[in-house]
Design a protein around this ligand. Structure first.
Ligand code: DHE
Length: 517
């Protein structure tokens, strides 16, 4: 009887196994799982879940499965699968996982690896100014180039995790840098030794990172799971994981995390609940009270601190979720918008509430905002992802000072303390090959560059002295073009694989007003 039961169970298992081996799930397990993980959460290859594939869908996804990816381990499957099977496999990858995956502190710790043979250098292994280096993220083949900011000589080019997004974050002394991928990998790189130190997977689908004022902690904002992971910058070990949910317990994705240097804290934008979080990075932070608690001991209703000291968490309630921020230079206020909204709200971080509202239609990209002094008053500018304009806002009274019409919606803005101009790309539409150079005082377009007709020109960063402005030609066989920031003439062109963002060590560690933080 027992034998018979075992036999029947085995038959069921075989049948289930055979069933699992048919159709798209079967093709996935046979052909993809080895690199992308049997659970689709990624291993040597990237995660293949809707959250990670939102930028690679439909025909583009079918093309990658059919033809593979040049210069990667991804092979072409057009000879092993029919067009119909490939279409079904692509469709399967865009289906959500049956259960929301978890990624615990233990998983983060297990993923951590330190580069064998790495030892820190006692001085830079090059002669260049270590604070005038640039990191250029080349998304075409998932590498970063390290450039000397005076000569533009390439000092190193290293492989990153797949699909790096957002600005790398530097330690306050500019010695180490942390780079994050959309699949949640954080890579630590030593800018003196020009060597990777190690990497860790802090989340499954992550948004960006921020470093604490003292350089000891790195916060990773995650969509999946709904957490904020705090790592020790020293050895990438997990220090704390916050499960993110509002007061009522509704879980939320974390849209972004930023350092507020004057407040010695991290500020979090939450995607799904109307709260902003502030997490202190001050070991002596004052207690945070989150409401009244009835004490059985005293029989009284008392305010009990919910947290204090390092990583004390404060909630700021807002009228609706805000997922894109710009901070004033003192980090007293932030302006936020939700991606579907047409207004901005100003939240005062000291009193912890909304203090003003301003009309901002056309999806402002506040994260790219920059500020400067115009006619004695500090203004900030933001591009809009859906309208061909820049909005100029007075950061004292929060009025909309002016609107600069552009040749198309833009993504990024840049300037420098020493420059008279704002550089604004025209990222979307037929004029994506243009770069406007706008006078900071008159707000008139002084010149429009078209570095490579037909190719997207995007994202600018200045060197530490403001002498040069670097522009990306955002194509697989693209380039980085160095302009003289005063004469606006081209100085040098360096071939690169889809260079996206570029980041100057000095401008970032000094929170230059002309660059995003
Ligand atoms: Fe980004 C920064 C969010 C799409 C390239 N992007 C950021 C930051 C956020 C953000 C919150 C600030 C992080 C930081 O630096 O700490 N980005 C979003 C989105 O919500 C959006 C619109 C949709 C999404 O897919 O997530 C988006 N971003 C893109 C792109 O499509 C871009 C152009 C190409 C890519 O690499 O995916 C892109 N984002 C960038 C870059 C930065 C960035 C290059 C760093 C800007 C900087 O100069 O600091």
């Amino acid at each position: 009887m027992i034998l018979r039961t075992v036999f029947i169970s085995a038959m069921i298992l075989v049948a289930a196994g055979a069933h699992a081996q048919t159709g798209a799930p079967g093709h996935y397990q046979q052909l993809c799982a080895q690199c992308h993980g049997s659970n689709r959460l990624g291993e040597t290859g990237p995660a293949l879940i809707p959250e990670a594939l939102s930028r690679l869908k439909g025909a583009a996804l079918v093309k990658v499965i059919s033809e593979g990816r040049v210069a990667t381990q991804m092979p072409a499957f057009s000879e092993r699968l029919t067009q119909d099977e490939i279409a079904k496999l692509a469709d399967y990858l865009t289906q959500p996982l049956a259960e929301s995956p978890s990624w615990t502190g233990g998983d983060v710790a297990t993923s951590r690896s330190l580069a064998p043979g790495y030892s820190p250098a006692t001085a830079p292994v090059f002669k260049s100014d270590p604070l005038n280096l640039f990191l250029v993220v080349e998304t075409g083949d998932h590498h970063v180039s390290v450039l000397d900011g005076d000569t533009f000589e390439r000092l190193d080019r290293f492989a990153t995790p797949y699909a790096v997004h957002g600005g790398p974050k530097f330690t306050p002394d500019g010695r180490f840098v942390f780079i994050m991928s959309r699949d949640g990998w954080v890579q630590k790189y030593d800018l003196w030794s020009l060597r990777e130190v190690g990497r860790v997977r802090a989340g499954l689908n992550s948004r960006n990172i921020a470093i604490s004022r003292d350089g000891k902690w790195l916060a990773v904002a995650n969509y999946l799971p709904n957490t904020l992971t705090i790592l020790s910058t020293d050895d990438l070990s997990v220090s704390r994981i916050f499960d993110v949910a509002d007061k009522k317990g509704t879980a939320s994705r974390v849209s972004a995390v930023y350092q507020a240097p004057t407040r010695n804290s991290f500020i979090l934008a939450l995607k799904d609940v109307p709260e902003i979080w502030e997490i202190s990075t001050d070991p002596d932070a004052k207690p945070v009270y989150e409401g009244l608690v009835h004490s059985h001991e005293s029989g009284m209703t008392e305010a009990i601190p919910s947290s204090q000291g390092l990583f004390a968490r404060r909630r700021i309630t807002v009228s609706r979720p805000i997922d894109d921020f710009f901070f004033d230079p003192e980090y007293r206020n932030l302006i936020g918008t939700s991606r579907d909204g047409d207004r901005g709200v100003v939240v005062n971080l000291i009193v912890g509430r909304e203090i003003a509202e301003l009309p901002l239609s056309g999806m402002p990209h506040l994260g790219s905002g920059i500020s400067w002094i115009r006619n004695g008053r500090r203004v900030m500018a933001t591009p809009h992802l859906k309208e061909a304009k820049l909005s100029i806002i007075d950061v004292k009274d929060w009025s909309l000072v002016d609107t600069v019409k552009t040749d198309g919606p833009g993504f990024f803005l840049r300037s420098h303390e020493t420059s008279n101009y704002v550089w604004a790309d025209v990222f979307f539409g037929p004029n994506k090959d243009e770069m406007h150079i706008i006078d900071k005082q008159t707000l008139k377009i002084a010149k429009t560059l078209k570095p490579v007709p037909g190719s997207t020109a995007a994202h600018v960063e200045f060197d530490r002295h403001g002498r040069y402005a670097l522009v990306s030609i955002w194509e697989d066989d693209g380039a980085l073009i160095v302009y003289d920031a005063a004469t606006l003439e081209e100085v040098k062109r360096i071939p690169m694989r889809k260079p996206s963002g570029k980041y100057n060590v000095y401008n970032k560690i000094t929170f230059s007003e002309g660059t995003s933080h």
